[in-house]
Design a protein around this ligand. Sequence first.
Ligand SMILES: [Zn+2]
Length: 340
Amino acid sequence: MIIDCHGHYTTAPRQHEAWRAQQIDAYKAGKSPPPRPGITDDEIRESIEGGQLKVQRERGTDLTIFSPRAAGMGHHLGDAVTSEAWASACNELIHRVCSLFPENFIGVAMLPQSARVSPRNCIPEIGRCVNDYGFVGVNLNPDPSGGHWQDPPLSDRYWYPVYEKMVEYDTPAMIHVSASCNPTHHTTGAHYLNGDTAGFNQLMNSSVFKDFPTIKFIIPHGGGAVPYHWGRYRGLAQDAKLGLLSDLMLKNVFFDTCVYHLPGQELLARVIPADNILFASEMIGAVRGIDPETGHHYDDTKRYIDQLPLSAEDKAKIFEGNARRVYGRLSETIKKQSAR
Ligand SMILES: [Zn+2]
């Protein structure tokens, strides 16, 4: 089985995001938002069959761990109330996708975060998504201010209410920022990779893994700058007397393969042990074009991994085994959803 651990519903029916714009306009005008629009099962089917499912079939992958559109989370917009209503609408839509296509999609939750609002308010939504929807993880935004970094680092106890729930439910978090509202940081070109890199570095300088020995984080987009600069982080850990970086991080931190060229994948697989790499493409996401050097989509990441000089055993871990291990509820959810 080939499990893509990083997909977003980027093709959601248009009225979904149109409502979000109305909701934020209403917030700015001090009014109540209009009722949420109706979305039919057929509209959802169409958006998936012509989008993510089509790409799964073309590329020979089986299952996508699926969450709301990341740049659309917009935690810097509105307030805690708008974030809660929006997260709830987005997660419900993901649940409907997973119910219509139970063999192809398993959900991950977006959280109702807001800048400088305690993440404690995310707990009810985590509970609903795990218990009622059968989701297997969450996306945790380390910078709900959208590029201004106004909240404490992930090392701070500020985040512990979310970590406690992650451990209780055996659900990992992908550290994933949303859109940037800071013009110096392009959303997918800088802010995403900065978020990945900063998130790793914040966790490295923390006692999170001492306090939560079984917690698991996935750093997306190939780990941002981390694998390329592994020597720097090893040296920083050594200088700070934190011990070996691999001992410090690799029981709890995993990297996805959203790296859009072969040399980058080669580096990732050389630096990071196969046990810590999870297959992912973020298809129909940030980079949708075709690479003229290869004639294939940049985000068709399976092609790169197929070419890596790894054993069949290691590739099986990357494509399937590690996802089942890191997402503690995944195997059971796969069984449940395919029995439908
Ligand atoms: Zn993403």
